[in-house]
Write a protein that binds this ligand. Structure first.
Ligand code: UD1
Ligand code: CA
Length: 467
């Protein structure tokens, strides 16, 4: 067989449905899986598939959904949205993309924005079928429970004859286990003609996109079926339980991918990834670690148990946690240490710097090899404005120091424990900023006596022995 040049791709992303069962003010497709909206997952797929145009069909919550699509980064090529009002079914929804796809003759993919986990590999199978001349390629799957999915009805030769919706299916057809995922690729040159011929004479009174299969067959066009290996890939989200199932499926996939890439996960089922978590080989992640969006960790770094990271970069050999919190803008240099109950926000730790216990470092730059003592706080916020703290290389900040920003501690300087630093400390200086200690010999017993007397007076007539 001759190699087929692969056709250009366009995406139609259906996102007009109501999503009643989510019981939410937020449109269904804007709910998140792994910190990215479901719509965002499908838009990202469009980008990775190198679709040349993508049309989001919006209806319920149209404004919010269209806005979210436009704001998605990195943006897929040729993105637009089309309004479907009222919503008369999936074929009617796809037809709204007609203007936006005028003149496009490649492979048109129809996807649902509430089905976020389709892989590029699966999509390529559908694309290959269209490039090889098929009119329609359908993604089927065999779920454990076929429930109310549309059924793929095969002919005697094993080809796809038609799709029947559950509500319209006979008992015999309902016994079929091969189901419609909803994802299709269609030859862009013939799509609109077929859509024009779809009617709404069915149980729901809707224009079903699935009817395109029988029409294509009747026209003598080739129709092919690809199968998703993993039913989780085609999981459609209708309610919060489905959303949790999609999250679980995403996490399972992310954990497997991380381990395949050479990351050690001591207890993979307790580690949670964001859609963009980037871990290099030989990173070790201990149990119960949560990655929010925007985290990258370089080779050989260690994220110890019960740590929470978001918007953070961790360089090679650094050790984070246990019980550390890295917030957006945290940049932890090579071999640096961030220990228990340390929170870091918009702050850099240069290589080898250490903040091992109970600290808040915000809007700060910590120099190479500097040591931040237990309980050190950068007082970065005066209630109105944020201010920066700079700590030089090799500086030593004693325990329980408050650094009132804006302030600088010079390289090699020492800040005595318990200091409240309000003025900059020069390089190599020793700064003591706390009350001078007095010890009054023998005064403790006298003080106790006085206190006991006062207690007695204040009690008046009350009996003794109470608390
Ligand atoms: C659809 C398929 C069914 C398949 C199932 C997989 C049809 C007719 N049926 O059924 O074969 O097994 O998905 O999950 O296609 N939408 C619009 N506008 C509309 C109607 C729907 O944008 O007028 C969008 C929805 O927002 C949703 C998607 O299309 O994202 C699917 O619609 P839905 O009504 O959920 O279809 P199903 O009945 O689940
Ligand atoms: Ca559905």
């Amino acid at each position: 067989m001759e190699e087929q040049a692969s056709l250009e791709k366009a995406f139609i992303i259906l996102a007009a449905g109501k999503g009643t069962r989510m019981r939410s003010e937020t449109p269904k497709v804007l709910h998140c899986v792994a910190h990215r909206t479901m719509l965002g997952h499908v838009l990202d797929l469009a980008r990775r598939a190198e679709a040349v145009r993508s049309v989001v069909v919006v209806g319920h919550g149209a404004e919010a959904v269209a806005k979210a699509a436009e704001a998605h980064r990195p943006a897929p090529a040729g993105l637009s949205s089309a309004l479907q009002e009222p919503q008369l079914g999936t074929a009617h929804a796809a037809a709204q993309a007609r203007e936006a796809l005028r003149g496009f003759g490649g492979a048109v993919f129809v996807l649902f924005a509430d089905t976020p986990l389709i892989t590029l590999k699966t999509l390529e199978q559908l694309g290959a079928a269209i490039s090889a001349g098929a009119g329609v390629a359908v993604l089927g799957f065999e779920p454990e429970d076929p429930a109310a999915y549309g059924r793929l009805i095969l002919d005697a030769e094993g080809g796809l004859a038609r799709i029947v919706e559950f509500k319209d299916a006979s008992a015999e057809e309902r016994a079929v286990r091969l189901c419609n995922s909803g994802v299709m690729a269609i030859d862009g040159a013939r799509l609109w003609g077929w859509l024009d011929r779809i009617d709404n004479e069915n149980a729901k009174g809707e224009f079903y996109l699935t009817d395109i299969v029988a029409l294509a067959r009747a026209d003598g066009a080739g129709v092919s079926v690809a199968r998703a290996d993993d039913p989780a890939e085609v999981l459609g989200v209708n309610d919060r339980a489905d959303l949790a199932a999609a999250e679980a499926a995403f996490q399972a996939r992310a954990r497997a991918a991380a381990m395949a890439d050479g990351v050690t996960l001591t207890a993979p089922e307790t580690v949670f990834f964001a859609h963009d978590t980037a871990l290099k080989p030989d990173v070790v992640v201990e149990p119960h670690v949560v990655f929010g969006p925007g985290v990258s960790v370089a080779a050989g770094a260690e994220i110890r148990a019960f740590s929470h990271l978001e918007g953070a970069r961790v360089e090679a050999g650094a050790v984070i946690g246990p019980y550390a919190r890295l917030r957006p803008g945290a940049e932890i240099g090579a071999d640096a240490r961030v220990g228990n109950f340390v929170e870091i926000k918009n702050a850099t730790l240069a290589p080898g710097a250490k903040a091992n216990h109970l600290s808040y470092l915000g809007d700060a730059a910590i120099g190479a090899g500097a040591n931040i003592g237990a309980g050190t706080i950068t007082c970065n916020y005066d209630g109105v404005l944020k201010h920066r703290t700079e700590i030089g290389a090799g500086a030593f900040v004693g325990s329980n120091s408050a650094l009132v920003a804006p302030v600088t501690v010079g390289a090699g300087a020492i800040v005595a424990a318990g200091s409240t630093i309000t003025a900059s400390v020069p390089e190599d200086a020793l700064a003591l900023a706390r009350g001078r200690q007095m010890s009054l010999e023998g005064r403790a017993p006298r003080l106790r006596e006085q206190l006991a007397l006062r207690k007695k007076r204040e009690r008046g007539g009350e009996t003794e022995g109470g608390t």
